[in-house]
Design a protein around this ligand. Structure first.
Ligand SMILES: [Zn+2]
Length: 87
């Protein structure tokens, strides 16, 4: 993209940072509009945003599964202790 466009709608580097930042905090209305404009004009950043979101969702899913495993382990531990107390 040319320099004028970058001045109006961010550079790819800035857009990449904002794509990540947007997941954690709410961007200002103007920043959000400028980011959307950048994404509408830049295929590379659209691909980056899609892949970044896919990685985020995969990590989030695995973290939740790991949390469930911990809960299951705690439930199993409680059942074993209860059975041991019965005997
Ligand atoms: Zn870009």
């Amino acid at each position: 993209m040319n320099t004028l466009l970058h001045t109006l709608i961010f550079t790819c580097r800035e857009a990449g940072l904002l794509i990540e930042k947007k997941r954690e905090i709410q961007l200002s209305a103007m920043t959000g509009i400028r980011l959307k404009l950048h994404l509408s004009a830049c295929k590379s950043c659209r691909i980056y945003a899609t892949q970044s979101e896919q990685i985020h969702q995969a990590l989030k899913k695995n973290l939740i599964i790991d949390d469930l495993k911990v809960i299951e382990n705690e439930l199993l531990k409680a059942k074993i202790l209860n059975n041991l107390k019965k005997e």
